[in-house]
Write a protein that binds this ligand. Structure first.
Ligand SMILES: Nc1ncnc2c1ncn2[C@@H]1O[C@H](COP(=O)(O)OP(=O)(O)O)[C@@H](O)[C@H]1O
Ligand SMILES: [Mg+2]
Length: 365
């Protein structure tokens, strides 16, 4: 559900901000250090309970305060009246505690808000998705699987808790193979389900992914291939058995869906070694926008897209391409940009956004 009204209290330098948002495009403009990224960070915290910036919780809360709060009125797309929206909110405290609510009712899992307010963020460091470790690409993949395949979380929770136990046994060099066998039996069905759901998601996504990559790269040079993390043609037990000596030696489970990845290639070379930084960013846009479009078509619900510093590292043509694709997808979007960027007028002309200005932590429409 898109955000109708957003209220932020004590997130970094944003001590208090109230925004009446556009259900389509919002452009947040301001100088460096004014609080633009903090505004997007507030939306992520509300949706996912944590920030995309790797930092301690304490440093997200405005200096001198002991808690932060972000609340939003989400727009019910089946009704025209904002009164029919759903209010969601989260407070995070300096002692590490979190309090989350939907319609004034305390909830146990943040994922309940995540489902109401799916958020996809692309920020300057997102080129790491191409360059960095498999875990970053797995997060991207599982963002989609989580939102589209509703059993995924259930299997993932079973798998990760059994994996933790199995790794603990391996680490302590336990000679009791029957204990390992016990956890293998918990792991195997969950591993097979996770892989099945990821494969199904990836297969469904493929059509959107192909046309998105072709659109951004004008040809078929960039390809994306799913890697399961284990030989899924066989039974998972077989993979575990085949690697048992190695796993014992290193003290962890070396194969399985926790090692899944997707390989991005350009002209047959690994994209991380071949594409320029701007092209890597474009590849990230191609993949993430394909996921957003796919989700919206399959689930018939909105994704809120957060584009931090959109014009950075994109030339005019590519910035225009991104804007046109966003317009076509018809999701709610929050774009930030420095006030001096000469691409702002292009964004304004293409997307007719609602404008917000941020200065020293104060947001004005
Ligand atoms: N916990 C905090 N309390 C107060 N201010 C903070 C805190 N953490 C970061 N800041 C400040 O918030 C400002 C806004 O940062 P940011 O949102 O990244 O700016 P922008 O994206 O507009 O460049 C920075 O100047 C930073 O020093
Ligand atoms: Mg910023």
């Amino acid at each position: 559900m898109p955000i109708h009204t957003l209220e932020i209290t004590n997130v970094r330098n944003l001590q208090r901000a109230l925004l009446q948002c556009s259900l389509q495009c919002n452009l947040i403009i301001g100088p460096n250090g004014s609080g633009k990224t903090s505004l997007l960070e507030s939306i992520i915290i509300l949706s996912q309970g944590k920030s995309f910036r790797n930092s301690q919780k304490k440093s997200i809360i405005s200096e001198g305060n002991t808690s932060l709060t972000v609340t939003a009125l989400l727009h019910d797309q089946t009704s025209n009246s904002p009164l029919h929206g759903t209010r969601v909110g989260i407070s995070k405290f300096a002692n590490g505690k979190t309090l989350a609510k939907i319609a004034s009712e305390k909830i146990q899992r943040i994922s309940e808000i995540t489902s109401l307010l799916p958020v996809c963020v692309i920020e300057p460091n997102s080129t790491e998705i191409v360059e960095g470790s498999p875990s970053l690409r797995r997060n991207v993949l599982d963002w989609g699987v989580f939102h589209v395949e509703h059993d995924f979380v259930k299997h993932w929770r079973i798998f990760s808790s059994a994996l933790k136990q199995r790794n603990a046994l391996l680490k302590h060099k336990s000679s009791d193979l029957s204990q390992l066998r016990y956890w293998d039996e918990q792991l195997a069905p969950a591993a097979e389900q996770i892989t099945k759901l990821r494969r199904r998601y990836f297969k469904d996504l493929d059509k959107h992914l192909r046309s998105s990559l072709d659109y951004f790269f004008n040809d078929e040079s960039v390809t994306v291939e799913l890697l399961d993390g284990w030989d899924s043609e066989k039974h998972f037990f077989e993979s575990l058995n085949r690697n048992i000596e190695r796993d014992k030696r290193y003290g962890f489970t070396s194969v399985g869906p926790h090692k899944a990845d997707f390989e991005i290639k350009s002209d047959g070379y690994l994209a991380k070694d071949y594409l320029s930084r701007g092209q890597k960013k474009l590849a990230v846009y191609a993949i993430r926008l394909a996921q957003v479009l796919h989700y919206q078509q399959v689930c018939g619900k909105n994704v809120t897209l957060l584009l931090d510093d959109l014009p950075s590292e994109l030339d005019k043509d590519n910035c225009e391409k991104v804007c046109k694709e966003i317009k076509r997808i018809e999701c709610q979007v929050f774009i930030t940009s420095v006030d001096t960027s000469n691409l702002n007028s292009l964004i304004i002309d293409t997307l007719s956004p609602k404008l917000f200005h941020v200065k020293h932590g104060t947001v004005t429409a």
